[in-house]
Design a protein around this ligand. Structure first.
Ligand SMILES: [Zn+2]
Length: 375
């Protein structure tokens, strides 16, 4: 945070403020303090500015041939008032927006008529900030005051109560889990729910886990048994994988080489969808397809056909929308992207320069602007 923004925040009695020897804030905020800064940002943006930003994101999606988007709306940071603005912004748009509300307020979400909840509902943090929750400690020491294994955001019993309540309300639940300890917590908690309500009931809700980066063989096998689905971000490997990448710096190459094992997941029968986690990586399916096909670990690469399939049908399966989206056939919605090249035959190195000549959502053209029939 800049000193100007720090001056806007009330940092007294709040955890996570990094301070120098004189006791002055350095500008690094963590956890509670970082959430406070996020909330300040969200609640300070004028409504028009929020709407313009959201509409710009919709246009960006169209320009990349994207007709459906899964929004991970973190209510815990952004607040319900921002969600009202978000809804107002996307409602007139043709884009198929599937929203996951990051909150444990099951009744409120069910009351909105939604059949899903969570998404980026955090069980842990991330590698960049040393907050991914790991079974073994980080190899590079985290900053002073941070635990060596990362951070567990939820207590086991609280998570169980949330899962049970949402399961009973008929909702699909998504959670954010990156470290192996966080993934273990998600899976073992669903196993507890399955003991109560039966595995077939849990499977029928097709719950999902976001990121799933440090999933071991056992996690994949148990996730399949529970009918869980994994929402993965191939570009995480492209940006932070490899022997000298961020992940390797954090936990060493031996452990880092076992992350984001997309091929192992697909071969293990796990349903996968792919995304950008924008703004964490750019909203660009061509970049993501390239990352799937050029994984740092050669044995985890997927071919062009599999990469395209995960970007179309695969991601619709995540939201239960595969019945009429994700394939080109009679009776399906005409969600189409017209490209200047074949994304399967094109080599990974030339994918990112793909030009999108047209995008249609439900048969209505939305890109380019000059040809658009819908917003
Ligand atoms: Zn996340």
């Amino acid at each position: 945070m800049s000193s100007a923004l720090l001056g806007q925040l009330d940092l007294r009695d709040i955890e996570g403020v990094d301070r120098d020897q004189r006791g002055e804030p350095t500008g690094y905020l963590r956890e509670q303090a970082a959430c406070g800064a996020w909330s300040w940002f969200e609640t300070s943006l004028p409504r028009d500015q929020q709407i313009n930003a959201i509409r710009a994101a919709v246009k960006l999606a169209y320009s990349k041939g994207v007709a459906s988007l899964h929004e991970m709306f973190v209510v815990e940071w952004r607040g319900w008032a921002s969600y009202d603005v978000f809804r107002e912004a996307v409602e007139p748009c043709a884009l198929n927006v599937v929203t996951y509300l990051g909150t444990d307020e099951v009744d409120r979400v069910a009351g909105l008529g939604m059949d899903r909840i969570g998404g980026d509902y955090f069980l842990d943090g991330s590698f960049g900030s040393h907050t991914a929750w790991m079974k073994e400690p980080f190899a590079s020491p985290p900053p002073a005051g941070s635990p060596p294994h990362g951070i567990a955001y939820r207590k086991d019993d609280d998570l169980f109560d949330f899962f049970m309540t949402a399961q009973d309300a008929g909702l699909q639940v998504g959670v954010h889990a990156i470290g192996d300890a966080a993934i273990e917590q998600a899976i073992v908690t669903w196993e507890r729910v399955a003991e109560k309500v039966g595995a077939s009931e849990v499977r029928a809700r097709r719950h999902r886990i976001e990121h799933f980066e440090c999933a071991g063989d056992d996690h994949i096998r148990r996730a399949v048994a529970l009918g869980l689905r994994a929402s993965v971000q191939p570009a995480f490997d492209a940006y932070w994988g490899g022997e000298s990448g961020l992940y390797s710096q954090r936990i060493g190459w031996e452990r880092a080489s076992q992350m984001n094992r997309f091929k192992t997941m697909v071969d293990g029968g796990l349903a996968l969808g792919v995304g950008s986690d924008s703004t964490v990586t750019p909203l660009d399916p061509f970049l993501q397809m390239k990352a799937l096909r050029s994984h740092h670990v050669a044995g985890q690469r997927l071919d062009g056909q599999a990469a395209l399939r995960l970007h179309t049908l695969g991601s619709h399966i995540m939201a239960g929308q595969e019945r009429d989206r994700g394939t080109i056939e009679v009776g399906a919605l005409a969600d189409l992207a017209w490209l200047d090249r074949d994304p399967v035959a094109t080599g990974p190195e030339d994918l990112e320069s793909t030009e999108v000549l047209g995008t249609w959502v439900g048969g209505r053209r939305v890109h380019p602007d000059a040809e658009a029939e819908a917003e």
